[in-house]
Design a protein around this ligand. Structure first.
Ligand code: ADP
Ligand code: MG
Length: 214
């Protein structure tokens, strides 16, 4: 049995064509099903539906052989025990620093002010501001980062941006690029050795589909 860990939403939607290229068709739609383990057209392949941030953990411990996770999530996880053979180039976005419209971010940085930064991405943020030599106090949040500068919890946020629509809707502006993000295939290192016959063709099919798509 080959187990693939996926998260609902964007990543699942953009993974369906890749699965199809590997001859794998989910038997149910995770958006409408409440099942956490989904069968496929192949008796030897199943999907487990987990939170995006949990995908690397399931694969690291071998509860899933393969998974698809955002690079944002992988940077926070650290990647221990994971083989990362492919950037699938799906779910593309950018990790950015954003502030309230009118907040002089670069002025504050120039003056050496200590900034309060709210984010789900504490590791990536810590590294970014250290590289820039900016002093920050990081506040860990689990969602709705956009709210933090509006209610005085933080001066800035580090969050994913694609169209910028959510920032604009909350009168925030992106001021600094941290990291390009897309989703990657991750593989359990033991599975790659012990289940190579099952796992490698899936990796190859994803790689092929990716070449054709881009
Ligand atoms: P959750 O709501 O569980 O935090 P999301 O569904 O928002 O997770 O995001 C899952 C993954 O999708 C993220 O880890 C990221 O890699 C990607 N992603 C998030 N937001 C965007 C976006 N605006 N555009 C493209 N990809 C995104
Ligand atoms: Mg979300």
């Amino acid at each position: 049995m080959i187990t693939i860990a996926l998260s609902k939403g964007r990543i699942f939607e953009e993974t369906v064509p890749l699965l199809a290229a590997a001859g794998i068709v989910p038997s149910e739609d995770p958006e409408s099903s409440r099942k956490l383990i989904l069968g496929t057209n192949r008796a030897d392949v199943r999907l487990v539906i987990v939170r995006a941030t949990d995908v690397p953990t399931y694969v690291q411990y071998g509860a899933a052989d393969l998974g698809i996770a955002g690079y944002d999530v992988l940077l926070e996880h650290g990647g221990a025990g994971l083989y990362q053979p492919l950037d699938l180039e799906i779910a593309q976005c950018k990790l950015m620093v954003a502030v309230r419209e009118g907040f002089d971010y670069f002025g504050a940085v120039k003056q050496g002010a200590r900034l309060r930064v709210a984010t789900k991405y504490v590791e990536s943020a810590r590294e970014h501001f250290a590289r820039k030599g900016v002093h920050v106090d990081l506040i860990k949040l689990y969602g709705s980062m956009e709210l933090a500068p509006l209610v005085g919890l933080a001066d800035a946020i580090v969050d994913l941006v694609s169209t910028g629509g959510t920032l604009r809707a909350n009168q925030l502006v992106a001021v600094e690029h941290v990291q390009d993000v897309s989703s990657r295939l991750v593989v359990n290192q033991a599975s790659l050795k012990l289940k190579r016959l099952g796992v490698q063709p899936i990796i190859d099919a994803f790689a092929q589909a990716n070449v054709h798509h881009h």
